[in-house]
Ligand binder design. Structure first.
Ligand code: SAM
Length: 482
């Protein structure tokens, strides 16, 4: 006989089972719940399909696939040894890939120039032939007229006055005329070669403000910066970094797309740089590895995330506090980027908080598509605009600001740049030029899949895809002229 209490418990459990056919942690129950990652995918499917059209399927596969990394060699660790090992494992220095493509582009350009030069020489030849032909015809006609008008006798009688048979250098083909064509041909040929700085104004009908856009033809790859990647389609992956003889790690792994905003900063020896939204510190560390900046200020509004930057620096720099912090080569600051007032920066990176598209599709924790974060998500573009606007105010005259996100959203990308430029135009006397890096980025096509420039107004976008799964990374280079 079962006791009353056991019967009561059994009854309760049977009721529970009837209520939930499966317990709440059963896979079928879990699957029905809409997670933030699902929300993110629904949102992207709706929005990005309209932006990228047929290309969205490829990008989507990339975003849902495995992200690819590149290895930034630590110049303060066992760098030679690390590079040797990576090369043995089939990794390639990104500089080599850029240079290969650059050489190929140069070769194509030269062939095109040679072809156009030959064409011009051919055209000139043709012109000369025509001139000769006409002149010969004229001479024959003149001679016939002359022959008819004057008999030999009368001609001989008037011989001393007859100058018409002398060749007039102005009409005939002379060395002088030939010479005039030659330099013209050379200058014409050179036009293709001289980087043409097309500086034009874009007028937006709705907002009525002028934007200057200037083309750039080269990406400067700092001499001491070594970044390793694997070829497109390669399934190879980097091992976790290892500590060397000085106790610091040999390389830092980051999404390949993150390299481009730092290269776009065009750091120079002695630069003073602000990384406005720096945590966890990957791009600050990458900037440091160029060996160029005299001072890097790594700022973040979040104190706990600032600790993450410090930990990254400590893992990669020997004697971080004594050698780097106390000498002010590196500064860690914990401020809201919108209200930083310290200025005089040569370079500012504004790598803003965004919808972090790839992360939002893979991690439910801390996901910006959580219902509790809706308000924060909707306010993102406004926060981004304020951060960029302040950076443009803080940068020195002649200095460079790079704005970047890891989102595909045109609102958070070109949209924010547009809003910040509009505010600059309406509220200040500053002059900002947008740098169009399209020609310069041609040398990166071995490594990155860039979005078609037709889809973008100001910046550039690395598109995820299964073959070379980096990004998304949007970046826009801006220079303060006045
Ligand atoms: N640049 C970093 C890197 O490469 O490792 C990633 C930066 S993450 C995309 C954006 C950062 O902006 C976050 O660490 C966040 O705490 C910070 N942030 C958000 N709002 C900010 C603000 N108002 N001022 C400064 N930092 C802010």
């Amino acid at each position: 006989m079962l006791s009353y209490s056991i019967l009561k418990r059994l009854n309760k459990e049977i009721k529970l089972l009837v209520r939930y056919k499966n317990p709440p942690d059963h896979w079928s129950v879990l699957r029905k719940k809409i997670h933030p990652v699902d929300k993110a995918l629904n949102h992207f499917d709706d929005f990005y399909k309209q932006v990228f059209d047929k290309q969205w399927l490829t990008i989507r596969k990339g975003l849902l696939g495995t992200q690819k990394y590149v290895a930034i060699i630590n110049n303060y660790g066992d760098s030679e040894e690390a590079m040797r090992k990576l090369e043995l494992g089939g990794a390639i220095n990104m500089r080599t890939l850029f240079n290969l493509e650059k050489g190929y582009i140069q070769e194509k350009l030269e062939k095109r120039m040679q072809k156009s030069r030959l064409q011009q020489i051919f055209d000139v030849d043709e012109m000369i032939e025509k001139v000769v032909e006409n002149n010969t015809k004229n001479e024959i006609t003149n001679a016939e007229v002359h022959k008819k008008q004057f008999s030999l006798d009368s001609s001989l009688q008037n011989a001393e006055y007859d100058t018409r048979r002398l060749v007039d250098s102005k009409n005939a083909l002379s060395a002088e005329i030939l010479y005039e064509f030659v330099p013209a041909t050379k200058i014409k040929g050179k036009e293709d070669f001289i980087p043409e700085s097309s500086h034009y104004k874009l007028y937006d009908n709705e907002s009525q403000f002028a934007v200057s856009i200037e083309k750039e033809y080269d990406v400067h790859f700092p001499e001491f910066l070594n970044i390793y990647c694997y070829e497109a389609e390669s399934k190879n992956d980097f091992e976790s970094p290892k500590k060397g003889s000085t106790g610091v790690l040999n390389y830092y792994l980051m999404d390949g797309g993150s390299v481009l905003p730092v290269l776009a900063l065009d750091l120079e020896p002695g630069s003073k740089m602000l990384d406005m939204c720096a945590a966890p510190g990957g791009k600050s560390l990458l900037a440091l590895q160029t060996l160029y900046p005299d001072c890097i200020v790594s700022n973040d509004i979040s104190y706990s995330r600032l600790n993450r930057i410090e930990n990254v620096y400590k893992q990669f720099l020997y004697d971080f506090k004594e050698k780097w912090l106390s000498t002010e080569h590196i500064k860690l600051t914990n401020r809201d980027g919108r209200i930083i007032v310290e200025d005089n920066f040569d370079r500012i990176l504004v790598d803003v908080p965004c919808t972090t598209d790839r992360h939002s599709l893979h991690e439910n924790d801390n996901n910006i598509f959580k219902p509790s974060r809706i308000k924060e998500r909707l306010q993102i573009p406004e926060l981004q605009r304020q951060l960029l606007f302040n950076a443009l105010k803080l940068v020195k005259k002649g200095g460079i600001v790079v704005y970047s996100t890891c989102s595909l959203s045109p609102i958070q990308n070109d949209g924010v740049v547009h809003m910040a430029l509009k505010q600059i135009w309406e509220e200040t006397n500053m002059e900002i030029v947008v740098k169009d890096l399209t020609p310069a980025l041609q040398q990166t096509t071995n490594v990155f899949k860039m979005a078609d420039k037709k889809l973008l107004k100001y910046g550039h976008l690395v598109l995820p895809n299964l073959a070379q799964n980096y990004g998304p990374t949007y970046f826009c280079k801006l220079q303060k002229i006045k």
